[in-house]
Design a protein around this ligand. Structure first.
Ligand code: 5AD
Ligand code: SF4
Length: 489
């Protein structure tokens, strides 16, 4: 056997071994689900009612997806899901990207603490990004004695095992890992929608933007094997899913470090071929890694949606440098130009931080100028929040509160103007809409999503949920639309 062939065979072998380990671990976890469900059904028998569980999710789409996995496990364990915190199991899946997210958790925990004093059998769990911070765990241990279960971002799949340990020992269980050991994806998950699904293609981030805590709490970037991703999406398609959202902190660098490296563009091409999948979305893109190859794939694809979320963070070159973003405003403008040329009408949305250390009025004006030049459809705007342990936490020159507030309001106004201009361009057009549900406020209306990710409300009946229909956009309301269904040819 030649060296190359031997290398290939070794790769195959270790791939199979990885899969075996994953299968073994998934089986182990399923056994724990069975054991927990025995205990839970016993308790339901004693109390004369089913036991209920509530999962409260903070933060981004990665956390939303993790919560679907947590809910899948919880249901397999015999709990019924509920939306209220008056439950037998309350699990908080936390976010720590900004200080506000942490404060919100502590607020909610206060309520749950008093609910638990009425129902001492209640189990309170906390997982997600906050628990990857040692200081947070210390605080929870010291001041929130009623919290029973603390685990992190790398061992979400172990929930049944941890619940079993809690239920059988009666003591508090803390299990936090510093990095991911294995991917265990072959477990149940309870999706919010039957017709669309998030799919994790990678975990973690290696970029170390100086303000961001994500690389510390979600670990180093690790891509999933493409074969596993394709198999997962084919199974989803067989089960009626028409839209997938590929998830990662930095999807454009997908594939780095894999035994046989694949680019994100290459992965997209393979997903495009999967029968039954009609829409492909992805999130989040880093401008630095947005390759020409990827832009070409976007241009040729029939299924990739007309939307890209491309965080700008700041329009000032000196702030971008301090943020370690590794692109300039000129680079970003060039990308926007290429994207618009490749996919005319594409919706570009972004994230912007106001009040980064050292941001001057001129820096801020550069950001405003970029919003005007790029013509964003919308933007998430954030006030800089100091995260302990990140390089920016030791940078001086955070503008004073009034200045930040003033800049934030001015930024919102330009973002709103840009979004309104963009949305008016769609008035009168007939566009495909994936119907997501009956309108929350008026049950004669359906609510669906355009490929640019904006919502449209239009008359129709519930059996259309999960299908793609053509809708004429009659009225733009800035961030959503009204319309009427038109007949398909
Ligand atoms: N302060 C404010 N905003 C932040 N983000 C990340 N870290 C911080 C921080 N420390 C924003 C970025 C990122 C989005 C998910 O959250 O804009 O793109
Ligand atoms: Fe944070 Fe930057 Fe990674 Fe995004 S790319 S998760 S902002 S470090």
């Amino acid at each position: 056997m030649s060296g190359l062939q031997a290398g290939k065979a070794d790769n195959e072998k270790s791939k199979n071994e990885e899969l075996l380990i994953e299968k073994d671990e998934a089986e182990r976890q399923k056994e724990y689900m069975r054991l927990v469900s025995e205990i839970i059904s016993g308790r339901a028998g004693e109390t004369g009612r089913p036991l209920r569980a509530c999962v409260i999710t903070f933060g981004c789409q990665m956390n939303e997806r993790d919560s679907e996995k947590l809910k899948g496990i919880i249901m397999e364990c015999g709990y019924e899901l509920t939306d209220t915190e008056e439950a037998d199991l309350v699990l908080f899946n936390t976010c720590t990207v900004r200080e506000n997210a942490n404060l919100r958790l502590y607020g909610r925990l206060g309520h749950v603490g008093s609910a638990k004093s009425k129902n001492p059998d209640m189990i309170v769990g906390i997982c997600g990004c906050m628990t990857q911070e040692p200081d947070v765990v210390k605080k929870l241990e010291k001041s929130y004695g009623f919290v029973d279960l603390i685990f992190g971002t790398f061992n979400v799949y172990k929930l049944a095992e941890l619940l079993y340990a809690r239920l059988t020992s009666g003591s508090r269980i803390i299990d936090i890992w510093e990095e991911s050991k294995e991917f265990v994806e072959l477990l149940p998950s309870k999706r919010k929608y039957s017709f669309k699904s998030g799919v994790n293609i990678m975990y973690g981030c290696d970029n170390f933007c100086t303000y961001c805590i994500v690389p510390y709490v979600r670990g180093r970037e690790k891509s999933r094997n493409p074969e596993e991703i394709i198999t997962e999406i084919k199974t989803l398609a067989d089960n009626g899913v028409v839209e997938v959202m590929l998830l990662g902190q930095n999807v454009n660098s997908y594939g780095k470090g894999l035994k046989e490296p694949v680019s994100f563009a290459g992965l997209l091409k393979r997903i495009e071929e999967i029968e039954g999948i009609e829409r492909i979305r992805f999130m989040t893109s880093h401008p630095m890694d947005l390759s020409d190859e990827l832009i070409d794939v976007l241009a040729l694809s029939q299924k990739i949606c007309d939307h890209i979320h491309l965080p700008l963070q700041s329009g000032s070159n000196s702030i971008l440098k301090k943020m370690n973003r590794r692109y300039t405003r000129e680079d970003y403008l060039l990308l926007v130009e290429k994207l618009k040329k490749a996919k005319p009408g594409i919706s570009i949305t972004t994230d912007i931080i106001v009040g980064f250390p050292g941001e001057t009025e001129a820096d801020f004006n550069d950001t405003v100028d970029m919003v005007k030049q790029c013509g964003f459809d919308s933007a998430f705007t954030f006030i800089y929040s100091k995260r302990t342990g990140t390089p920016a936490a030791s940078m001086d020159g955070i503008p004073d509160e009034d200045t930040i507030k003033n800049r934030f309001d001015r930024l919102l106004a330009v973002v709103k103007e840009s979004g309104t201009d963009r949305s008016h361009e769609l008035q009168g057009k007939t566009l495909p809409v994936l119907v997501e549900g009956v309108n929350d406020h008026d049950e004669t209306l359906l609510t669906g999503r355009l490929t640019n990710n904006m919502l449209v409300h239009f008359p129709g009946s519930a059996e259309l949920i999960g299908t793609i229909v053509d809708v004429e956009i009659t009225e733009s309301k800035g961030f959503y639309f009204f319309g009427f269904m038109t007949k398909k040819d």
